[in-house]
Design a protein around this ligand. Sequence first.
Ligand SMILES: *Cc1c(COP(=O)(O)O)cnc(C)c1O
Length: 362
Amino acid sequence: MEKLKINIAERTTPVVLSKNLGFGLIFTDHVFEMDYAPEKGWHNASIKPLKDLSMHPATMFIHYGQAVFEGLKAFKTVSGEVVIFRPEKHMQRLNNSSKRICIPQVDIPFVLNALNELIEIDKDWIPTNKYEALYIRPFIFGSDPFLGVKPSTNYKLIIILSPVGAYYPEGFKPVKILVQDDYVRAVRKGLGECKTPANYAASLLAAEEAKKKGYTQVLWLDGIEQKYIEEVGTMNIFIRFRNEVATPKLTGSILPGVTRDSVIQILKDWGMKITERLVSIDEIINGYKNGDLLEIFGTGTAAIISSVSTLGYKDLEIKLNTDEPGELALKLFEELTSIHSGIKEDKHNWLTYVERKPVEII
Ligand SMILES: *Cc1c(COP(=O)(O)O)cnc(C)c1O
């Protein structure tokens, strides 16, 4: 791997962040880019000013969707240090997603070093208000100009950064979720466990229809029997029953969330019973009717924890906490955000501290 080239634009005006950042609306002024060619491997690694891409209209990923992405976050701790939450796990998942879509693997330590450098350069863009963060979006796409279905031979990896506030317009208010049985997002042995654009294209119509009915997102059922719950649009799902917290096990059609993994660990640390297993929609309905169902919440990097107030399924509305987030959801949200901001001990070494490394990275 050759060296990382750095070409930083002079910042003539200071970075000013608006009060309401929203999510995914504004971007920092630098990006990391690197190219792949069969004879050179990954090369041409550079950090440079953000600008529009110029590409041939036949660029393969636009037509055939050969692309993968990640979403992770950096935070400023209360003592002013810059940290990234579980970057290595996210990069491993990027490589796992790539494998399924015939995209070449990246060298994880190299990309992590480049990411550290990029964040160091753009650290003034990291918002410091509670629950705000710098969202990191690495992505790779097939870049050959070619019409015809086969893997691309050339690829581009880019990392962009976006200062963000709350993911849902409701903030940390509970969300209404509709159980979706008109459409399927993913099936086992398909692409469900990859962060790849096809999955999101498959989800759009269902989410739009749910929104028209007053719901924020949909909860997908398994693609074969439409019987077991899988996950929400961009979140994994947890069900708190009276004697157990359950989350759907990773069957291949569900995205293995890093937040999901962190929440499972925290619940274990707290001595709670947490089970990864099949959870049927009927079991949830029965639990609601007999009082065993206490709480439902989603987990994902963007929203961190999202408490579910209402679960709609056919003609039934399962009403949980109407106005306030559930007790466990709130406790987990506080725990994770306290780890992010350096208030609570980082017992499992989930934080990577961003330090300025020498510019020449081998
Ligand atoms: C990204 C994503 C998640 C959450 O994963 P995290 O690693 O926790 O951010 C869950 N489901 C889908 C479909 C996703 O794309």
